[in-house]
Design a protein around this ligand. Structure first.
Ligand code: LLP
Length: 429
């Protein structure tokens, strides 16, 4: 949780952010995460099931740090993983085979093998994205002498009202098996015999959903398909409604993750499918608001009509603004003490185009009102999801440091991607 103390200091996880950075001995740019708030967020989603069989599978692509995945596992989450590396992280963080789902369009043989071979019966389900993939997975299952537990990822043909790049459940999207192709998929599964075991159906409409109706529309579609399947085949073990619960990036978000959950629990029961485990795959909503990126203002440039403030953090550290035009609130790390936000804004502030140091015009965070004189350091809020995981080494920039504020108040730090490692890897060619 981010707060501002009376003296203008940003408090994060109940502690002054500046003192966290000092104790962690990191320089900017650096991500800071509040693990206790992430755990509380996860418990809220888990509790919303009110005892209905469920799996809250955290989408590791949103934040793959061990400290984060372990925290969420302790709070009752499993994991949705999209690669062998994410599978390894989730497994090593204590999530057992029954709490894991593997999804993705172009799964590697190594990831499929690991998913089939894990534990006494493989992971909870491999989400199959196409009919072609069925034969690949069946082949690996036979080679390993096991049955692969699979769930079909259905394209529910619902266009979510979100950024086009993160709407995944409509007919033009590359994801999932179309309804019209399901009969062929069932036929292909039957032909593979004992190698494939269909345990579930699933779908994912998109990300950053700030309303529930589209999610429920897709849920109804999935429940109808599950009933159709069960009229002719063995009962399913799970129905996976996907992730996508939105957060408030500053423009508001009228729905909470538990609103999605209570709606699908009720619909699943009404459909007479109450015995099936309900799976949800939240990523952003568990971690997004509980991470921030701290950056320093390193330069300014004033042209006739334009004013640029240059940060030491750019699109290589936080790609979302450049890629989706996403806006992350940018605030001073320390602001002048004042009684309310309205007075704060009127206190000598100016509009700046805030940019990063990377050699791309799209390396821009947007236009922001910042105090005059400019603060030395700023925070970019709500960067706990798809921040570090989408960071890159472009321009030979090291990956930012990460600081984890544990519930105990202790800090842990990762500097795994610092620039010297990049230089070494380039010179070793
Ligand atoms: N399940 C599947 C199959 C997914 O593809 C995703 C996200 C999730 C779950 C988790 O969605 P969430 O609850 O986090 O919305 N980089 C983009 C978001 C891409 C989402 C990709 N898939 C962003 O920064 O907004």
């Amino acid at each position: 949780m981010l707060d501002r103390a009376q003296d203008g200091e940003v408090l994060f996880g109940g502690r002054p952010l500046a003192s966290i950075l000092e104790e962690a001995r990191v320089s900017t740019p650096a991500y800071v995460y509040d693990l206790a708030s992430m755990a509380a967020e996860a418990r809220d989603v888990v509790d919303a099931f009110q005892g209905h069989p469920h799996l809250v599978a955290f989408a590791v692509k949103a934040n793959s740090a061990g400290a984060v995945v372990r925290t969420l596992a302790d709070a009752g989450c499993g994991a949705e993983v999209g690669s062998l590396a994410e599978l390894e992280v989730a497994k090593s963080c204590g999530i057992d085979a029954h709490g894991l789902l593997l999804s993705g369009m172009g799964k590697s043989v190594a990831a499929i093998d690991a998913a089939i071979a894990l534990g006494d019966r493989g992971i909870f389900a491999i989400q199959v994205d196409s009919i072609d993939e069925l034969a690949r997975i069946a082949g690996r299952a036979r080679a390993l002498g096991r049955a692969a537990r699979i769930a079909l990822r259905v394209n529910p043909a619902v266009r979510a009202d979100t950024h086009a790049a993160i709407a995944t459940g409509h007919e033009e999207a590359k994801f999932g098996i179309m309804r019209a192709d399901l009969a062929s998929a069932y036929g292909a599964i039957a032909r593979e015999g004992a190698a494939l075991r269909l345990v579930g159906l699933g779908g994912h409409v998109g990300s950053q959903l700030v309303r529930t109706d589209e999610y429920f529309e897709a849920a109804e579609e999935l429940l109808g398909l599950a009933r159709e399947w069960e009229a002719q085949g063995p009962p399913l073990e799970l129905i996976d409604f996907g992730g996508g619960f939105g957060i408030d990036y500053g423009d508001g978000c009228p729905v909470r993750p538990r609103d999605f959950v209570t709606g699908i629990v009720a619909r699943t029961r009404d459909a007479g499918l109450g015995g099936r485990a309900i799976v949800v795959e939240p990523g952003r909503s568990l971690v997004g608001a509980h991470g921030l990126l701290v950056a320093s203002v390193v330069a300014t440039k004033v042209a006739v009509e334009r004013r640029w403030a240059v940060l030491d953090a750019g699109m290589s550290d936080l790609l979302r603004p450049a890629l989706y035009g996403a806006r992350h609130r940018i605030e001073p790390l320390r602001s002048a003490p004042c009684r309310d936000d309205a007075t704060a804004a009127s206190l000598r502030s100016r509009s700046w185009r805030v940019v990063g140091p990377v050699c791309e015009s799209s390396d821009e965070f947007g236009e922001y009102l910042l105090p005059d004189p400019l603060p030395e350091r700023v925070v970019l809020r709500d960067a706990g999801a798809y921040g570090f995981t989408m960071a890159s080494n472009y321009n030979g920039r090291g990956l930012p440091a990460e600081v984890f504020v544990h519930a105990s108040g202790e800090l842990s730090v990762s500097r795994a991607g610092a620039a010297p490692a990049w230089i070494e890897s380039r010179l070793a060619t």
